[in-house]
Write a protein that binds this ligand. Structure first.
Ligand code: ADP
Ligand code: MG
Length: 254
C-alpha cells in the first residue's frame, strides 16, 4: 500500500464495469477521504447504482480496482466487505414493521448472542453504540415503543439509518434517502446525515438538489459511467458540462 492512500478511506482506480459489452462504468477514478461526506449526482443511467454495487461487492469490476482502507476488495465477497466496515442503506427501508422502534434497534445492536460471531468479529474502532444513544441520534426517543409500521416514511428512513449505524460501519453508503419525503422530513434526514458525518465517512446518492445543497460540501457528478466533474455545489451548478448534461436529460423526459 502506498502512502497517498493513507488518508483516503476509499480509492477507485481505472474502474470499468461491462454488462455484455456495455460499459455501465467507464475508466472511473474516484476517492474520498476519511471522515468526508460526499454527494454523488448524475442523470438516469449515469452509473450511480452500479457504482454502489461495486463498492459493496455485489458487482465485480471488469477492469480496475477498489481499495477500502488500503485493502483491494477484489478478492472479498459481499458479506466479507460488509464486515470490513461498509454499510449500505437501500432506497426502500428494510426494517421489521411488526416490531417496535426499540426492538428494531435492539436486534442490530445485540445480534443473536452468537459466540463465534463475538469471537471472530472483533468490535471495530468506532465505539459501540447503545440503543438509547441511537434513539437520540435519530430523533425517535419519544416513539421508541411504537411499532415501526406506524412511523411516517421519513421516520422509517431515520430508523433504518440508525440500524445501519448500530453496526458501526466506517463507510456509509446511502441511496436516495429523501425520495418521497416531505420537506420537513427531508430536513430531518439531512440533519441526521450531517451529524453522522462527524464520526463516519459517508457517500450519498441523491437527485433532490435542494437537499444536496443542504448537506453537500463536495459533489461528484457522474455521467456515462465516468466522473464528469467534482467540486462545491456552486462550482457544479455553474459548470457548462453539467448544465448541458442535465438539460439533455430534461429534454428527453419531455
Ligand atoms: P443510475 O443508477 O445512475 O441510473 P445504473 O448504474 O443503474 O445507473 O445503470 C447504468 C447503466 O448500466 C444503465 O444504462 C443501465 O441500463 C445499465 N445496467 C445496469 N445494470 C445492468 C445489468 N445488470 N445488465 C445490463 N445493463 C445494466
Ligand atoms: Mg440508480
Amino acid at each position: 500500500m502506498t502512502n497517498n492512500l493513507k488518508s483516503n478511506i476509499l480509492e477507485i482506480n481505472n474502474l470499468t464495469v461491462s454488462f455484455d459489452g456495455f460499459k455501465a462504468l467507464n475508466n472511473l477514478n474516484f476517492s474520498i477521504e476519511q471522515g468526508e461526506l460526499r454527494v454523488i449526482i448524475g442523470p438516469n443511467g449515469a452509473g450511480k447504482t452500479t457504482f454502489l454495487d461495486i463498492i459493496t461487492g455485489k458487482v465485480k469490476p471488469t477492469e480496475g480496482n477498489v481499495f477500502f482502507k488500503g485493502k483491494n476488495l477484489r478478492k472479498f465477497s459481499e458479506h466479507q466487505i460488509a464486515r470490513l466496515g461498509i454499510g449500505r442503506k437501500f432506497q426502500t427501508p428494510r426494517i421489521y414493521l411488526n416490531l417496535t422502534v426499540r426492538e428494531n434497534l435492539d436486534l442490530t445492536v445485540n445480534p443473536q448472542k452468537n459466540v463465534f460471531k463475538t469471537l471472530f468479529n472483533p468490535v471495530r474502532n468506532n465505539e459501540k453504540r447503545t440503543v438509547a444513544g441511537l434513539l437520540e441520534t435519530i430523533g425517535l426517543t419519544a416513539k421508541a415503543e411504537l411499532k415501526a409500521d406506524l412511523l411516517s416514511h421519513g421516520e422509517k428512513q431515520r430508523l433504518e439509518i440508525g440500524m445501519l449505524v448500530a453496526q458501526s460501519p466506517d463507510l456509509l453508503l446511502v441511496d436516495e434517502p429523501v425520495a418521497g419525503l416531505t420537506d420537513e422530513e427531508t430536513e430531518n434526514v439531512g440533519a441526521l446525515l450531517l451529524e453522522l458525518a462527524q464520526s463516519h465517512s459517508i457517500i450519498v446518492i441523491e437527485h433532490d438538489m435542494e437537499f444536496v445543497r443542504q448537506i453537500a460540501k463536495k459533489v461528484t457528478v457522474l455521467h456515462q459511467g465516468s466522473v464528469l466533474c467534482e467540486g462545491s455545489m456552486d462550482q457544479i451548478q455553474n459548470d457548462p458540462k453539467v448544465i448541458e448534461v442535465y438539460l439533455g436529460e430534461e429534454q428527453q423526459h419531455d
